[in-house]
Write a protein that binds this ligand. Sequence first.
Ligand SMILES: [Zn+2]
Length: 386
Amino acid sequence: MPDHDQPTYDLVLTRGTVLDPASGTNARVDIAITGSTIAAIGPDLAASGARVVDCSGSTVLPGLVEGHTHIFQHVSKVGAPAEEAHLRRGVVAAADAGTAGASTFEAFRKLVVDGTDMRIVSFLNVSVLGLIDFRFGELLNPDTLVVDDALAVASANPDVVRGFKIRLSEDVVGEQWESLLKKSLALSEQAGLPLMVHIGETAEPLPAVLEHLRPGDVVAHCYTGKPHGILDGDRVLPAVLKARERGVLFDSAHGKSNLSFEVARRAIADGFLPDVLSSDTSARNWRGPVFDLLTSIAKLVALGAPLDECVRRATVAPAQLLRLDGEGYGRLTVGGRADVTVVTQTDEVMLPDAAGGSILAPRLEPTFVLHNGAVVETVPWRGAPA
Ligand SMILES: [Zn+2]
């Protein structure tokens, strides 16, 4: 057969709506893949594909980036399995948010980071213990915050440690929240990395915490329904808006108990979207109420957040925060990584929040997932009746 009859591309995704916030693409174009690389993006490529996948009626997204999860399986009681919870539901890169501390990091690296082809990074817990068991606050003994240990792990693992994490709940830090927060900020400053601060169950009103934070630091659980959240009635607190203006970032981090539809609805109506839209998946919530990142996106869309803005906050925005954008994550680019998540809107289902609320809304189901050019075997939605 002469050369011009050979298909040009291994695979072409055709007839879908490509939504790539990084490039501003939101259009009916085809994506062609050769090997592990996106070879072309444009109209009418299907005739040149050895294999063609019809994406009619679906939205074609970059492989998703999870900005906040707990995947230290086998060591932490809260650790979910990375691939089953994430990759097989359309997520190709993820940041573990403080499940590992300096004393357990070597195991995290071996079991989790090296145990998958997903790209895994870490916000290292400032306590050397990390989050092994949620029943016992890791900073109740404040001596477990060992600055030198955290700095040593961060400097020996710059490819993985992309920040630090402190859980500021009262049952984790006791009365010493302020001195522990200051120490954590000092160590983050020394390492040149951001600090992620978990709110919800904090003893102090949020403005007292925010005034300590630096540009680039992250407030996790911004839509929590617990006391000391971001709202005053229907409006976002001025101190929260001021912190955002300074460059403090807000992460939605759904989790087992930190997404209230009431709070999210009001905040979205007041124009306040999270900077990072994350699921805060863990072994405690991945079978509900969280399920997965796409369900977390669908919930905020149902509450009034635009889909493209939500996708941005689960692709290029966390990729930039985690410094994975330079590796090609979070976007669809010719010559870039062939990580693609094709999603289809389902019929309406009852979706729970983490505060006793629920809404009837469509979900987003990953119908075709490509990771580094290879087709991923997806798993069914974990909320579906068995
Ligand atoms: Zn978390």
